[in-house]
Design a protein around this ligand. Sequence first.
Ligand code: SF4
Ligand code: SF4
Length: 392
Amino acid sequence: MSDSPIELSRRVIQLALSRGFADAGVTPVAPSAWADELRAWLAAGKHGSMAYLAANVAERLDPARAIPGARSLVLVADQYWPRGRDGAGEHQDADGVATGHGNIARYARGRDYHEVVKRRLHELCDALRAEFPGELFRAFVDTAPVLEREHAARAGLGWIGKHTLLIHSRRGSYFFLGGIATSLELPTIPERGQEPDHCGTCTRCIDACPTRAITPHSVDASRCISYLTIEHRGLIEPELHATMGHWLYGCDVCQEVCPHNSARANHAQVNAADRDDEARAANTALNERGSGEDRVTGSACAEYREARRSLPLLEVLDWKAEDRSRVLSGSAMKRATLAMLRRNAIIVAANTFRDQDRVALIARLREITGDDGEDALVRQTARQTLERIGLA
Ligand code: SF4
Ligand code: SF4
C-alpha cells in the first residue's frame, strides 16, 4: 500500500461506513486525559458495585498497555434510535407508558447490541485484514465505556455531554460505540477535527435527572436508575424507589431532555453562547450536510427495530426462569437476572399502580413476604415496599 497515512485513515473510515455504521473515525492511541477524574470517581465509590470498573485501571487509561501493538483506534457509532423519533429530545416518553407496564430504555428495546455491533465489527475486521494483511485488528464493544467515549470524541465523532454520553453533532446521543484497535498508523483526518463542546450553559440533563445523579461531566452510577435496574444485584435503597418512577429497565431521562436529541436540534438554539449570526450559519450548514431523513433525524440501524417498549409488571413479577429466557431471547435485557427484574417490577408497580391494581399488588406482595421459598431479594424488596407505602 502506498497511501499516505491520511489517505489510509480515509480508506479505513470508508470501509467502516460501508459496513453500515452511522459514523466512524480514527485516532492515534493515546493515554486518557481523564485519569484524575476517573480515579476520583472510583475513590468516591460512584461506580457502585461494578467492581470490574475499578480493575485494571492503568490498562483502561492507556489502550497501548491494554492491547500491545495497537497504534491507532477505529471508532464506530451505531445509532439505535434516531433523534426526534417518538418524542426523543422532547421528554415525552414517560407519558406514553401503557397502564400496568414498566418502561424499557430505548437501547434495550430491540436486539442485543453486543451481538449486532460485534458481528459487524468482526466483518469490518475481516475486510481490513483482507486489505491490510499482517496488521493487527482487534474489535471491542462496551468493554470500557468511559474511555470509548473519550476516544470517539478524539476521533471526531462528537463531544462528551454533561451527562457523560457522547453527542454526535448531527445525530444526537442514541448510540452504541464500538471500535477496533489496530497496528496501522491512522492519524485523525483534518476534516474530522475534535468537535467543540456544544452543551454551553444548558443544564437540562442535570435538572431533569430523577435521582440527582449528574454533576457536569460526571454521573454517580450508584444513584443512576440505569445502574440500579441493570447492574445492581442487591436491594435498592428505599429512598431511591420513588425516583425510579416507571423505569423497569434503564432510564432515558437525561437523553430525552437533551436538546441535541430533538428533531429540531440546532446548536444555535441549544447553546446560549452561540447566538451570533456566524455560529447560526455554521450550525445550519452542519445540519444540512446529510440528505433526506438523515438530514434532520439520522437513521437508525434496522437491526435495532423496536421489539418492546415496556413489559407488564405483574407478569414480570410472576416470571419463572423459563419466562425470562423466552421473552428476552436475543435481548440485551438478559443482563438483569430474574430476581433483579422482579425486584424492579415491584418497585415500579408500587410507584405507578392505582385503585384496584394497587389493591392486587399489595395482596401479591403480602403473599411474597410470607413465602419462605421466595427469592431473598424479591422477598426483601416486597417487604421494603410494603413498609414504604405504610402497609407492612
Ligand atoms: S440515566 Fe436517568 S438516572 Fe441515570 S443519570 Fe441519566 S437521568 Fe439520571
Ligand atoms: S441536556 Fe444540555 S447539558 Fe445535558 S448533555 Fe444535553 S446539551 Fe449538554
